[in-house]
Design a binder for this molecule. Sequence first.
Ligand SMILES: NC(=O)c1ccc[n+]([C@@H]2O[C@H](COP(=O)([O-])OP(=O)(O)OC[C@H]3O[C@@H](n4cnc5c(N)ncnc54)[C@H](OP(=O)(O)O)[C@@H]3O)[C@@H](O)[C@H]2O)c1
Length: 244
Amino acid sequence: MAAQTRDITDTVVAVTGASAGIGAATARLLVEAGARVVVQARRKDRLDALVAELGAERVVAVVGDVREPSASAALVTAAERAFGRLDSIVVNAGIGMYGGILDRSDEDLQMMMRTNVEGTVWAVRAAVRSFREAGGGDVVIVASVAGLRGGADEAVYAATKFAQVGLAGALDREVRPDGIRVTALCPAGVETEFAIGAGRTEGDPSLADYLRPEDVAFAVVTVLRQPRRLRTTQWQMWSMDQGS
Ligand SMILES: NC(=O)c1ccc[n+]([C@@H]2O[C@H](COP(=O)([O-])OP(=O)(O)OC[C@H]3O[C@@H](n4cnc5c(N)ncnc54)[C@H](OP(=O)(O)O)[C@@H]3O)[C@@H](O)[C@H]2O)c1
């Protein structure tokens, strides 16, 4: 008997880092799939444009900085207020600053660590609190292949992504009995604004080989659509033109 795809119509999904790149593409695909979405980022104008594009009846924006625990609490509260519940969270907000270990300022590295690691912790805690009360939910963390094997000139970025992968694996063991599924998505390079001017250069021809934000959005929606009896703990993604 073929496994049934889970219907995600009208489910409520929070997406962090939705003002650009993977997060915006994920919000778009989720709405196309019939879900309702609560989007978060710092840039209000970008979020407002996304709401205008996708429709205020299905998308709600919450401006916030994921480095602050209160922003994650506000995200969950907004979902519950607007749509009555939260079913899933896509923990996607993140920054990359590449270079040798001595090349970046302490402040830059601290910002990356706080955004990618602490931001993930706060988002996960707020969501799990809500999912436990509801009897289940999905946590999808957009980590990276850099969270499985770090390359030269990305030691601290890789450390933040290893932290996300480690958190996802441990959390899966903790919250599976509560009906909560945890997935670490590990894409290779994706063609977005990510790290442009901080290790990547706009128009770099190698970006053409990269995954597209829509590819990662496809993975998010696929993970959420798994029948409830299944879970994917880790998904490595590469384009056919990217070496592993
Ligand atoms: N692009 C790649 O090659 C690649 C590969 C693997 C994994 N990833 C991961 O994918 C995720 C998304 O990256 P992307 O490629 O889509 O990059 P992007 O286009 O630069 O988008 C990053 C998003 O994160 C948000 N963000 C950054 N700092 C934030 C903060 N302190 N508080 C709230 N939101 C914040 C940004 O919004 P605001 O600036 O408006 O706050 C933006 O919406 C990241 O976690 C990244 O590590 C990327």
